[in-house]
Design a protein around this ligand. Structure first.
Ligand code: MF3
Ligand code: CO
Length: 286
């Protein structure tokens, strides 16, 4: 997003990162719960409701609900939907968003942001002040085709290649280059350019932008200890081109081919990186 440009990335203290670790753990717990629910017949509204209930139970608030009027707790994007798909049962433009049943053979991306609020009594919305965590995973619904399986693997693996490259002194172009060259080596996939990763902290989107491809237009910050970034490659089975649907949110591939999206929130440490969006036992859906 434009607002992240021309701003100096913030350095978080270890106490602040401790809070982001708690927020990140809540994100991981929500995604683990949703992963268990994903199967043919489940609706997107049921997944969104379950995420809301889980966040309430943990004392977290959704980062997305109300963010630029986004109407849901999680983003759910199916098959050719790249990101920002709206689940069913949400109030949007004076109507209720249509619910959809998951079908065998689909791929479903679940994108979740949680705020650890400064004050527990804050409203259940992205307007709550606190620390954010942000993570996304794309999952198979039932049995999927080999090419979809491979797409998911490539996207997950390029995220981790990018994460493993994180350490102080490394430039963002090196992270982007690692992700890009990993994907290019796997075949003719489209790396989405219209949406990128971001700094994260007390706001969902902070400086710097974290693209998944190298360009001479990027702000090429050198990573420093205390930076926290959300790395989130989106990889398409077809071309990189995307468009936004009439609802103003849902991003789809122009060619209608499926897309995958994986994301983690990552802190830059003295010696390398720490993934903050993990469960208490260090595990993750991805
Ligand atoms: N993970 C996405 C992002 O960081 C989700 C944002 S959804 C929105 O950009 F509704 F909050 F915009
Ligand atoms: Co994000």
């Amino acid at each position: 997003m434009r607002t992240q440009r021309d701003r100096i990335p913030e350095i978080k203290s270890s106490r602040e990162i401790e809070k982001m670790r708690v927020a990140g753990r809540m994100v991981a717990d929500v995604l683990a719960l949703l992963k268990d629910m994903v199967k043919p017949g489940v609706t997107t509204g049921q997944l969104n409701d379950a995420a809301a209930a889980k966040m309430k139970e943990m004392g977290g608030k959704p980062s997305f609900l109300g963010y630029h009027d986004y109407p849901a707790v999680v983003c759910i994007s199916i098959d050719e939907e790249v990101v920002h798909g709206i689940p069913g049962g949400c109030n949007y433009r004076k109507a209720v968003t249509p619910d959809r049943r998951l079908e065998d053979g689909q791929v479903i991306s679940l994108d979740c942001g949680v705020i650890l609020p400064d004050e527990p009594g804050a409203p259940f919305a992205s307007s709550a002040r606190g620390w954010h965590g942000d993570s996304a995973v794309t999952l198979p619904v039932g049995e999927i085709s080999p090419e979809k399986k491979r797409l998911l693997e490539v996207c997950r693996e390029c995220l981790w290649a990018g994460i493993r490259a994180v350490k102080p002194g490394v430039k963002l172009s090196q992270i982007a280059g690692t992700i890009e060259s990993f994907v290019r080596a796997q075949g003719n996939y489209g790396i989405v350019e219209n949406y990128v990763g971001h700094g994260i902290g007390r706001a969902l989107h902070e400086a710097p932008q974290v693209p998944n491809y190298v360009s001479d237009k990027m702000e090429d910050w050198e990573l420093r200890k205390g930076y926290v970034i959300a790395i989130e490659p989106m990889v398409n089975l077809g071309t990189k081109a995307t468009r936004v649907l009439q609802d103003g949110w849902t991003v789809v591939t122009k060619d209608g081919k499926p897309s995958a999206h994986f994301e983690h929130t990552v802190a830059v440490t003295e010696t390398g990186f720490e993934v903050l969006t993990l469960r208490a036992d260090g595990g993750s859906t991805h």
